[in-house]
Design a binder for this molecule. Sequence first.
Ligand code: TH1
Length: 816
Amino acid sequence: MTPKQQHAFDKSAFKASMTQHLTQLGRTPETAEMRDWYLALGRALAEHTTSDLVATENDLAIKQAKSVNYLSLEFLIGRLTGNNLISMGLYDEIAAVVSEFGFGLTDLLEQERDPSLGNGGLGRLAACFMDSLAAQQYPAVGYGLHYEYGLFRQSFKDGAQQEAPDAWREPEGYPWEVVRPDLAQTVGFYGHVAVIEENGHTRREWVPSLHIQAMPWDLPIVGYQSNTVYPLRLWEGRALTPFALDAFNDGDYTRAQQAAIDAGNLTKVLYPNDNHDAGKTLRLMQQYFHSAASVGDILRRHLDAGHPLAALPDYETIQLNDTHPTIAIPELMRVLLDEHHLSWDDAWSISSQTFAYTNHTLLPEALETWSESLMANLLPRHMEIIFEINHRFLQDVAAKWPGDVRKQQVLSVIDDQGERMVRMANLCVIGSYAVNGVAALHSELVKRDLFPEFDALYPGRIQNVTNGITPRRWLKFCNPDLSALISEKIGDQWPAHLEQLEQIAQYADDKAFQKAFMAVKKRNKQRLADWVKTHLDITLNTDAIFDVQIKRLHEYKRQHLNLLHVISLYHRLIHEPNFDMTPRVVFFAAKAAPGYALAKSIIFAINKVAETINNDPRVGDKLKVVFIPDYRVSMAEIIIPAADVSEQISMAGKEASGTGNMKMALNGALTIGTMDGANVEIREEVGDDNIYIFGLDVEGVNALREKGYHPDHEYHQQPLLKASLDSLLDDTFTPGHPGLLRPVFDSVMASGDPYLCLADFADYVRAHNQIDSDYRDSTLWAHKAILNTALVGKFSSDRSIRDYVTNIWQLKAVKR
Ligand code: TH1
């Protein structure tokens, strides 16, 4: 218990509460199973967080302070129970309670299904940010969607990815969430715009033809060692009335239920695309539903607190997590204009001082555009407002660059080359007071390559806030042994002040500390090896280098470059009699979007290569390849503490930041990476000697493209590369079935190798050879690993949040 804790922990009362919750599940301590105990524990704890959530929400000091509203279609929060116990300062107390009931706390925590309400880094970032807002008590509300099914569950059948629905709340409901029917909103769709004549004025008003109820579910974001609990408010789509009564009365039972069926589908499932825009109508409906309900709730809170509308930017700021919630901008305008009858200028002044936008990607296929006709049909009034915003904006552009038609074309919200499309990023930049990229390099590229004209038009608007990760989940919780070792040396304040880790740098050459540090790493590797033995029946050597690439499967992330390296090692083991290598286990974990054929082919290829290598007696335990299925937050918590080497090998310029890179470095892994995203800043912090940088940088990539890139030249000039690629065409990895891996071969040959795998291959192999030899010098390796943990304090999401607070949001902490 910390002194800050509001409620003293009453053990016998808590045990009684758990037993009571067991009763509500229809169980007694005698008949209850592990899952019942987990549910009873979660529900008993949630009583406390819910009451702190309500108390925080009603805190007058918070109502009078400025809040950030973090709007995101994704919050990849992961399991809450263990993390909340740490924040509540109750981990040891509850472990004792649970053991008196005859269980181990860690076993019980394993019962929780991950709420996987996000795809990858963008959703996980939102979760880390909520944690850091609560830890530092900057008033905040997270707004997201209550997907009935999160990201699909992945399994492999003969090496191929299979998807299954992720019913994360089934069947008993999720113990940490609470429904807030008093805060429900109604959201309209379709319909027309009515022109209303009123005392000599005409005004326009939207008359939707479909209404759906937005029901909020609150999840508690518990501040580390404080009783501040902010809501993560997730909207669920529900039919307003379960039956269309007229149809029901007409005897058409099926049609009568159609509304319920439509509404129930709205938040049924998370779109499984990472860094890719599929442009589906239902997705735009989700986006508007999320925006409208959230804007409605923000205005309700603002007005309920007694503040005037015009003061909205003084009390509320709205952060748009990528362009997915952009439609919140015209929605706020619509409410101010049509419902509160403000003038355009007054409404725009409020709106444009309220929104800020984070850009997370430069990939063209991820930049959202919506067809104008689709939007005009679904949201006719919003389309009018977007036209008006654009019309006024283009007048400013014309004033700044008279007669420059090209500038008008690239800056316009409407792309009229071909089918007219609404460019959401342009709307965001125009409608926001600040725009930020997510790592230094990325933010420079946003200014230089993506939005140079906006940067000229609005100097200073585009900024950088380098991403971060919460040290509570990504060190204290997931790596308890390393945490204890650190606390022994520097005290236990580091989870809230990660820069203090720098103090362990002085032990980087201390033999006893090195030994203890590497012993922790070894235990974490054993924990992962045990998991792999149990679930995949592969036996691993924990003296081997644990070489890890965990992230969504995407060509630009270049898992296939890693695969080519693996194949080259296998080739040398088999064909070079004198070849020796440090034993290595190469781990992959990645989900491919179900519609992304090449990504699925790469997964299949990795699985086939793994099968062959792992079962080839000539390889022994020199090389093993493990593809861990169903990558998710709780799996990352096991893999990351066990990593020796962190693969961050995207083509330079493509990975906006990366955050797995930060997590693994914090846990003492060395990065092998390109000069991309946050790798650049990790290198700055840990120093060149403690990271393995390889490959073309952004300038190198551009220069090669200028010059003309021919992957077949690389193929013919590099024998090891050629041999490795050729084995994808014969039946080395698919005995009796040559050609099954051809899609991967073709992607880097016939398709022109768009992400330059072959260009970077030789230098990648060189960097891995360096790792191979450095790892054999265990003192040298321990030194480097310790320095990684010591020197990455910058990447705490607490620091990211403080950057947002000072440079963008202008919030003050409210200590409770
Ligand atoms: C990711 C970026 O790819 C990654 O580099 C970054 O670290 C992370 O965001 C957090 O900033 C992105 N995820 C998505 C997901 C969607 C669309 C765009 C991006 S960018 C659906």
